[in-house]
Ligand binder design. Structure first.
Ligand code: SER
Length: 326
């Protein structure tokens, strides 16, 4: 698939994952071959100046088609989505963007005879009845958030398109993603990013989940690697398609706090759970990703301590340069 790909479209390219994924894809496949798109937020100068960029709305098929036609797109990384916390505040918007956006991308892929579509899922596909530890690939999918509902429905829809129409669609159930370039927007796992920014900026953080909250997490370099590794895997080797569990690390909020304190001894963290606690409590603590390991060779690189060291180094530099938040 994407190895011989000519023209790639990234939706949600101004978002947390999309912004770094776009740059990685431009590096790999050539800047002009990777078209970045976003809905409203202005892209940063690096994204805007390094290759093509358009504003589109994935819920409007026509706006997607204009860019697909113009650039003869054959691969889409569909990263545009409303995440879990905003999804609970605005469930209809979450349904609209996540479901209608996804089906528009799938229909465009069919109509324009594309090679491959990458559509991420999430640990939010699981729910309170799912086994929490080492959550299996095949298990109970009964989420209690609108975001989770759209992720399960999205997985099923994608697998339906693979089986019914022979489209090559791939997807991973991302854990919480931690990164230093673009802040996440509206997710439950955002505390695991914000804590680093606040540690560097203020030396303290008020965390919106309890200290014993343990969730699966992943550092951005592993997120990019998992996404591109899956995209480039031989289709024939894949038994699963749109729902791969991917694990990397799992830690409690307290363990995260402690890892930061090794580098910033005076760092303090207080805990004041809000509505996002219930969402976090409905998700797994750790993930069994043996299907991803077997079918496309998934292997994470980063652990908590290495990530903390790297995050703090990068954010301190940005802070010194007066551009902590970009
Ligand atoms: N990071 C996402 C969220 O918290 C999970 O996929 O909503």
């Amino acid at each position: 698939m994407a190895k011989d790909s000519k023209s790639i479209l990234v939706t949600g390219a101004v978002g947390q994952i999309g912004s770094e994924l776009t740059m990685a894809l431009r590096e790999r496949y050539g800047a002009d071959n990777v078209v970045a798109t976003g809905r409203k937020t202005e892209p940063g100068p690096e994204l805007r100046e390094s290759g093509p960029f358009y504003f589109i709305d994935v819920t409007e098929r026509a706006s997607l088609d204009v860019v697909v036609k113009k650039h003869d797109i054959d691969t889409v990384y569909h990263m545009a989505a409303i995440l879990s916390a905003v999804g609970e505040k605005k469930p209809l918007l979450c349904w609209d963007v996540n479901m209608n956006g996804t089906i528009n991308v799938l229909r465009a892929a069919m109509d324009f005879d594309m090679n491959t579509v990458i559509i991420p899922s999430s640990i939010a596909a699981f729910g309170p009845e799912t086994p929490k530890e080492n959550t299996p690939q095949e298990t109970v999918l009964r989420p209690t958030t609108m975001y989770g509902v759209t992720k399960v429905a999205g997985e099923l829809l994608c697998d339906y398109y693979v089986g019914r129409f022979g489209l090559d669609i791939r997807g991973l159930r991302y854990p919480g993603i931690i990164s230093s370039e673009t802040l996440p927007g509206g997710g439950t796992t955002d505390y695991a990013v914000e804590i680093y920014y606040k540690a560097v900026e203020e030396g303290s953080y008020e965390c919106f989940v309890r200290e014993d909250t343990r969730l699966p997490m992943m550092y951005m370099p592993d997120c990019i690697k998992s996404t591109i590794d899956l995209a480039e895997a031989d289709f024939e080797n894949l038994k699963h398609h749109s729902d791969f569990n991917v694990g990397s690390m799992s830690f409690t909020a307290k363990e995260l706090e402690d890892s930061i304190r090794k580098h910033i001894p005076d760092f303090t963290c207080t805990y004041k759970p809000d509505y996002r606690q219930e969402i976090a409590d409905s998700w797994p603590s750790s993930i069994d990703d043996s299907a991803a390991r077997e079918e496309w060779g998934w292997e994470p690189v980063w652990d908590l301590n290495a990530m903390t060291e790297d995050m703090l180094k990068k954010l301190r530099r940005r802070h010194e340069e007066g551009r902590l938040y970009g």
